[in-house]
Design a protein around this ligand. Structure first.
Ligand SMILES: [Zn+2]
Length: 170
């Protein structure tokens, strides 16, 4: 049974990979900061600002995020760690929680700036699922120098995310 399951999963994920292959008319995935819309540049700069508040004494890995809601409001967030490690929260979820607790539910775009200087840092699995609850927004990932920006989206980061689409109320 398990072998069949693995085979099926392998087939499904390779199909998903195929459908996610970049087409020639897709926008470039890694772009220069200065080529981005001013709105997105500001979003990334706000993520850099939010990163300065990072509370990360255990990992020393500082992350900042900023979400733009559909009404244009911006909310910054940073990672907040805890002596009990799993209690901590990632920067992108922190930003989302601030927006949602302020009555916003639809995000227009998301920027995340993390610690690594040579590699793009992508959101953890938990955050991908969390973000998918609130719409498929474009996601802009940058290193601290903001030189290059990796452009992706919530649905691209988490294809086939868990969603409840049927009514289970009594
Ligand atoms: Zn996360």
């Amino acid at each position: 049974m398990e072998t069949n399951g693995n085979n099926n999963n392998g087939t499904t994920s390779s199909k998903v990979m195929e459908s996610k292959k970049q087409r020639s008319d897709d926008p470039p995935r890694i772009v220069k900061f200065e080529t981005l819309d001013e709105r997105i540049q500001r979003l990334l700069q706000e993520a850099v600002k939010a990163r300065t508040a990072s509370y990360s004494p255990y990992s020393n890995f500082k992350v900042g995020a900023c979400v733009e809601c559909v009404d244009g409001t911006l909310y910054g967030g940073c990672n907040v760690e805890n002596a009990s490690y799993p209690v901590g929260i990632c920067a992108e979820r922190c930003a989302y929680v601030k927006a949602i607790s302020d009555g916003r539910r639809q995000m227009r775009s998301v920027a995340i700036v993390a610690q690594q200087e040579k590699h793009f840092t992508t959101p953890c699995g938990l955050c991908r699922q969390f973000m998918s609850e609130f719409g498929d927004a474009p996601v802009f990932l940058a290193k601290p120098d903001l030189r290059d920006v990796l452009v992706t989206s919530v649905s691209e980061l988490l294809p086939l995310s868990f969603q409840i689409n049927e009514d289970y109320s009594f």
